[in-house]
Design a protein around this ligand. Structure first.
Ligand code: PMP
Length: 425
């Protein structure tokens, strides 16, 4: 047994499934997960000291690459002054101001510790604001693991062939209405029938938890128009896409002002930090100003906020996003090219530093399309790449990420390996 195998065996003794989050277990691709010892720039090293080019980046946060010196320095210097106070700090004010400056739809923002907390709180707030219970979500979108959101969700639930979770009361699930992604007619019909009972639509405006699927412009417009018409709250869940697809997130690309936005991942620069915010009349319903309760011992944790602040300041530097977008584009066009050269049925797309690739002819636009791609081929490709030092997300239902640390050489190496693996599978 190598070190990874030994650690995985040991882990299973006291940790269910040996992991602290399900997709890490390699459940859908099979084999032993890597136990990561170290990360630097675009690379990670496993417990056997094997080096990999990393396209997971902790599932999105590490837009600057692993252990960026400025982020590490900010974390260390902040931690030296104390880890947590459970009292306000100046750093939180600076981060809140910066988020509101970068995202015009956010007039007020609250910091939390995970994407799940952000979406869960945003939904409670939307319900408290509207006085309504019904929530609309879309098939294949994942918004964290709160009860009302684990209905036909994506990410790990798809990996384990179980889009809804046990333990969610039927009475809670009954208030979550699930529609197909990008289906304007279904959305219009639902609002025509019960629009006045709907508190909110929550959507991944570029879905990244059923592989990567983009919302069409007509779908985006329909969500905005219908929520305005019926007085429902439009929640953009940009936990994954926020500061990842564009400096102004997906809402900037769409030219849409959602009522509430959920952020996570990049906003915390790799530390446990997330946020939700939006219209100040809605945010004013939150305790201590209003009747909607929401709280957290570690919310706005100074060490996490310090990592987030440095990360956001770096990505605002001139040319940062152009260069990240180009680098990701090189990877995608290169993969499409080598797939063609090897007669592999394959397609791929990217927005900013986020990408998706598919063992299917066309780019998927719905959950049903994603389910039609060739999963067996994905698994073979995943393991072929892993064996040759390229670390991709261990599931056909997850998006991938390029960081500012990925060099031309890293991309060219990845493409050379992909060409070999395409011919092998
Ligand atoms: N929303 C989206 C769009 C996500 O991608 C995720 C996590 N992948 C979450 C919410 C939940 O975030 P967390 O895992 O930090 O709870």
């Amino acid at each position: 047994m190598n070190q990874n195998q030994q650690l995985f065996a040991a882990a299973q003794k006291h940790i269910p499934g040996g992991v602290n989050s399900p997709v890490r277990a390699f459940g859908s691709v099979g084999g032993t997960p890597l136990f990561i010892k170290k990360g630097e720039g675009a690379y990670i090293w496993d417990a056997d000291d094997q080096r990999y080019i990393d396209y997971v980046g902790s599932w999105g946060p590490l837009i600057l690459g692993h252990a960026h010196p400025d982020v590490v320095a900010a974390v260390i210097s902040t931690a030296k002054n104390g880890m947590s106070f459970g009292a306000p700090t100046a750093l939180e004010v600076e981060l809140a101001d910066l988020i509101c400056e970068m995202l015009p739809s956010i007039e007020q923002v609250r910091l939390v510790s995970s994407g799940t907390e952000a979406t869960m709180s945003a939904i409670r707030l939307a319900r408290g604001f509207t006085g309504r219970d019904k929530l609309v979500k879309f098939e294949g979108c994942y918004h964290g693991h709160a009860d009302s959101l684990l209905v036909k969700a994506g990410s790990g639930l798809l990996t384990f062939d179980n889009p809804s979770s046990a333990g969610v009361p039927a009475s809670v699930a009954a208030d979550t209405l699930v529609l197909p992604y990008n289906d304007v007619a279904a959305l219009e019909q639902l609002f025509a029938e019960i629009g006045d009972k709907i508190a909110a639509i929550i959507v991944e405006p570029i879905a990244g938890n059923m592989n990567m699927v983009q919302a069409s412009p007509t779908f985006v417009q329909a969500m905005r128009n219908l929520t305005i018409k019926y007085g429902a709250v439009l929640i953009y869940d940009e936990v994954m896409t926020g500061f990842r697809v564009d400096l102004q997130c997906t809402q900037g690309l769409h030219g849409i002002k959602p009522d509430l936005t959920c952020l996570g991942k990049v906003v915390g620069g790799g530390m446990p930090l997330a946020a939700f915010g939006g219209r100040s009349d809605i945010m004013a319903k939150l305790a201590p100003l209003g009747p909607v309760y929401q709280a957290g011992t570690l919310s706005g944790n100074p060490v996490a906020v310090a990592a987030g602040l440095v990360t956001l300041k770096k990505i605002r530097e001139i040319g940062f996003f152009n260069s990240l977008t180009q680098q990701t584009n090189k990877l995608i066009t290169g993969l499409i090219q080598v797939a063609k050269e090897t007669n592999t049925v394959f397609n791929a797309q990217s927005v900013g530093g986020m990408f998706g690739f598919y063992f299917s002819e066309n780019i998927p636009v719905s959950f049903a399309d994603v389910m039609n791609s060739d999963r067996t081929r994905f698994n073979a490709f995943f393991h072929g790449m892993l064996n040759k030092g390229i670390y991709l997300a261990p599931s056909a239902f997850e998006a991938g990420f390029v960081s500012a640390a990925h060099s031309d050489e890293d991309i060219l190496n990845t493409l050379a390996v992909a060409k070999i693996v395409f011919t092998e599978i």
